[in-house]
Design a protein around this ligand. Structure first.
Ligand code: ADP
Ligand code: UDP
Length: 232
């Protein structure tokens, strides 16, 4: 079946059903808006399996997602979504761009999670938007922004204890949403070590894409460790 879209980490294919697509997870990794590139052997297999496990867990906890079934080690069958052109980031601890923007040290805890919206636009480097910018762009109505915020917080409440039971601190993560053929708003894309910051609870060791971004080494081992713990 023909390729609809090839992104940095995944390929999206049409299927016999016009309302469903197949998502293939690649080993390619990029950072800093595509400036840094590498292959991480086995990454696609880990991310497909971790996404399958987490989306199953989320669905069991009442979250609407695009996930239908895992077809093989790199391919998921999902509802075809018309994507909202926003990335929704949830943060429980200060890290990454929040640290860079505010100067607050990495690893500082926060009383309440923070929600941020980024414009899905590679040419602009996915800039941070406030709600007035979102309205100006017409990227989402104020009502939809409120729903995305509420849904992201619910997802955080389901995922945080899931990871903590496995000795992992969910520092921050990115979500994407879209509408299915019935007009239902669903969680799309993936949740994996590519899209989350996951720190070992006891040692603080980074078990996510920061190992690649920051040349920390043992990238494959970290992804395999997350797979092992998430599957337990
Ligand atoms: P990027 O586009 O940032 O390079 P990927 O390589 O992950 O990212 O490409 C996957 C693309 O598929 C993204 O643009 C994502 O928004 C889109 N996508 C994710 N889930 C679905 C879905 N259920 N239906 C249609 N498109 C989706
Ligand atoms: N993130 C992502 N895709 C992006 C940007 C961010 O999955 O295009 C994730 C990232 O892995 C982290 C969280 O969103 O878990 C917050 O990222 P941040 O804004 O700190 O940016 P970064 O430092 O990762 O560039």
């Amino acid at each position: 079946m023909s390729l609809i879209y090839e992104g940095k980490a995944k390929r999206v294919y049409e299927t016999d059903n016009p309302d469903q697509v197949r998502v293939e997870f690649k080993d390619s990794a990029t950072a800093f808006n595509g400036q840094k590139k590498a292959e991480i052997p086995g990454k696609g297999i880990v991310n497909a399996a971790v996404t399958t496990r987490l989306y199953g867990w989320l669905q069991d906890h009442g979250i609407a997602t695009h996930f239908i079934e895992q077809l093989d080690d790199r391919n998921l069958l999902v509802d075809k979504l018309t994507m909202v052109q926003l990335e929704v980031v949830v943060r429980n601890w200060v890290a990454g761009s929040l640290h860079q923007r505010t100067g607050i040290p990495e690893g500082t805890t926060m009383d309440e999670p923070i929600i941020e919206f980024y414009y899905k636009n590679d040419d602009l480097g996915d800039p941070l938007l406030n709600e007035d910018h979102i309205r100006l762009l017409g990227a989402a109505s104020p009502d939809l922004v409120a729903r995305l915020r509420q849904e992201a917080l619910r997802i955080n409440q389901v995922l945080k204890p899931f990871f903590l039971q496995r000795g992992i601190v969910l520092v921050d993560f990115k979500l994407e949403f879209g509408w299915d053929a019935m007009g239902e708003l669903k969680l799309g894309d993936e949740i994996s070590p590519d899209t989350c910051r996951l720190w070992d609870q006891s040692s603080g060791e980074r078990l996510d894409k920061d190992r690649f971004r920051r040349d920390l080494g043992r990238v494959e081992e970290a992804y395999q460790e997350i797979l092992k713990r998430v599957m337990s």
